[in-house]
Design a protein around this ligand. Structure first.
Ligand code: APR
Length: 229
């Protein structure tokens, strides 16, 4: 059975990583236009890196939760299961998932604005802010997708191909507000896939689901295992 799983910040909520929207969401405290756009970085790279350094520390201290581990188990059980994640925290990989498509990049990778080199920078906290390129000494930025930026072409293409061939499309912990990720469940639906959603709240996807599990991810994933068996 071909399965695709779209995950959002909600799957990492039980690992102690704040989501973006909803009552304790990051975008209630911070203005994304000051921290998560190329213009914001150009205006004040130090401020943007201070925020990412804080998030990196939070993520480094966090652990994958049961929902991440269940998905890693399902990947071993169902040979054709891919995770399409909007998250940049790398928790799916830390839980043992191998087939993970990072639509919005990864917080542990940086790319240099001068020489273009990309590399893993896992020091936390960072020694200097903003960090300098290890290759040319130029300014590096987090290799993540900011508002207004295109998604990585390969990741997007791979996501669509997994989506169109999925027989079951599972949506876990996303408010389905941000495109093109939010379009994937609708693409899967149009191809006849069964849509299963796990979220404590309703989302724009809910009316189109075949099964909607109104639970947090760790509980919902337990229920999902029984549904898939
Ligand atoms: N288990 C499952 N879902 C949860 C949990 C939980 N424990 N806690 C919260 N949620 C749900 C919320 O109900 C909400 O629908 O997770 C969703 C989180 O939504 P957002 O904070 O909007 O996160 P996400 O959908 O991943 O945002 C998409 O927006 O800011 C950009 O690039 C950023 O990748 C992010 C994108």
């Amino acid at each position: 059975m071909k399965i695709a799983v779209l995950t959002g910040a909600g799957i990492s909520a039980e690992s102690g990583i704040p989501t973006f929207r909803g009552k304790d969401g990051l975008w209630n405290k911070y203005d994304p236009m000051d921290l998560a756009t190329p213009e914001a970085f150009q205006r004040n790279p130090k401020l943007v890196w201070q925020w990412y350094d804080w998030r990196r520390k939070l993520i480094a201290d966090a652990k994958p939760n049961k929902a991440h581990f269940i998905l890693a188990d399902l990947e071993r059980k169902y040979k054709d299961l891919w995770i399409i994640t909007q998250n940049i925290d790398g928790l799916h990989q830390r839980a043992g998932s191998l087939k993970v498509i990072e639509l919005h990049g990864n917080i542990w990778t940086v790319k240099c604005l001068e020489c273009g080199v990309r590399y893993r920078e896992e020091k936390t906290p960072l020694k200097e802010i903003p960090p300098r390129c290890r290759n040319c000494g130029g300014l590096v930025r987090p290799a993540v997708v900011w508002f207004g930026e295109p998604l990585p072409k390969e990741a997007l293409e791979k996501s669509y191909s997994c989506t169109v061939s999925a027989e079951v499309f599972i949506v876990v912990g996303t408010s389905a507000q941000v495109y093109p990720a939010a379009e994937l469940p609708f693409v899967a639906k149009s191809r006849g896939a069964k849509i299963i959603e796990i979220n404590p709240e309703e989302t724009p996807i809910t009316p189109y689901t075949d099964i909607s599990i109104r639970d947090r991810a760790s509980v919902g994933m337990e229920k999902l295992i029984k549904i898939l068996d």
